[in-house]
Design a protein around this ligand. Structure first.
Ligand code: UDP
Ligand code: MG
Length: 346
């Protein structure tokens, strides 16, 4: 199996058939024959005729596989389930709503072929209402700042991976938005290419503004799990130390005033402030220490992710570990599609 396409779908009945047909057409075009690719639809507890439509699609195309949740578990869980059954050496994820264009797949494969482990789509000309694109911009900017990876679009559902990268992902909650961050900190090479984006033709979006408020906690989780995974004391201890020192200095100052000039301290707000800061500081440092103890019990968390017995050609072919930013939509479009990623992997 060369390519597995994983498609989470929640109430997307009208889109499934055109999407399935188009995918089979594009993939047969680059790979030929049966058995070279599979299309895995993950029905995330749909309540419309999605399941029926998928059954029909499966009858027409032998490459279609269906995974079904008994209730809605969310996009991250759906992707995770799809990843677990996917057998391809390259795994492609896309949305079911026809907003992502299968025609872009050859360009994604081409980028994998350059040695990258993950190719992330960038909806450079996003066809969604402003109420969605604006918060999304803010989200992407914030994440770029906090995570240290420079991408335009972290949350694009259209991505291609080498299967090694997918095997290291554990997705739940809203973590699908942070896949590039999670993989980057495991040492995978990530690049971004501009992809075509279409307006939604059928149904409606499954997410509103609340995704960003909910996503905030996941963001904190992700930062802790990546940047500070092996050194939680640095995350908490740093802030604790600053606050504690500030509070300590206030208390020393007040004590000195009392000793030198005999001023009364009981009615000084500064006293409360000093005590508060010292207490908070101690708590933060202790939290950091507890975190350190937790990571020690989880051996895996602080063992570097190693490749064992790397073949010579792979050693020579590795691009810089840095993230390459796409030059822009025009430059990205200029390159001709090829299927060499598959030749290499075959
Ligand atoms: N989706 C899903 N489970 C959910 C929410 C969404 O499988 O709980 C799927 C949905 O069917 C679509 C993809 O995730 O294929 C992206 O969702 P949507 O198009 O609503 O998001 P948007 O494009 O508006 O950001
Ligand atoms: Mg969509």
């Amino acid at each position: 199996m060369q390519i597995s396409v994983v498609i989470p779908c929640l109430n997307e009945e009208e889109s499934l058939e055109p999407l399935g047909n188009k995918l089979v057409e594009v993939l047969s075009g680059i790979l030929g024959g049966e058995g070279a690719f599979e299309i895995i639809f993950v029905d995330d507890g749909s309540t419309d005729s999605t399941a029926k439509r998928l059954a029909a699609l499966k009858r027409v195309h032998s490459q279609v596989r269906v995974v079904r949740f008994r209730r809605n578990f969310g996009k991250a869980a759906a992707l995770d389930a799809g990843f677990r059954v996917a057998g391809g050496r390259v795994i492609i994820t896309m949305d079911a709503d026809l907003q992502d264009d299968p025609e872009e797949i050859p360009r994604m494969l081409e980028a994998l072929d350059q040695g990258y482990d993950v190719v992330s789509g960038w909806k450079s000309d996003r066809k969604d209402p402003l109420s969605k694109t604006l918060p999304s911009k803010l989200f992407n900017r914030t994440l770029a700042m906090l995570s240290g990876i420079k991408l335009h679009d972290y949350n694009c559902g259209f991505k291609a991976y080498r299967s090694e990268a997918v095997r290291e992902l554990v997705l739940y909650g809203e973590l699908h938005r942070y896949i590039p961050v999670l993989l980057y900190y495991r040492g995978f090479r990530i690049t971004e290419i501009a992809v075509k984006h279409h307006p939604r033709r059928f149904g409606h979006s499954k997410y509103g503004f609340e995704r960003y408020t909910r996503g905030l906690f996941d963001l904190l989780t992700v930062i802790l799990l990546t940047r500070y995974a092996t050194r939680p004391l640095h995350a908490f201890g740093g802030i604790g130390l600053i606050l504690g020192t500030l509070g300590g200095s206030l208390l020393i100052y007040l004590t000195a005033m009392k000793l030198a000039y005999g001023v009364t301290l009981g009615d000084r707000p500064l006293l409360l402030m000093g005590i508060l800061l010292v207490l908070v500081g101690i708590q933060l440092v202790s939290t950091g220490l507890l975190g350190e103890m937790l990571t020690r019990t989880q051996n895996e968390a602080h063992r570097p992710f190693a490749l064992i017995d790397v073949p010579e050609e792979q050693l020579l072919a590795l691009p810089p570990a840095d993230v390459r930013r796409d030059a822009g939509p025009s430059a990205a479009r200029a390159s001709a599609p090829t299927n060499s990623a598959l030749d290499e992997l075959a």
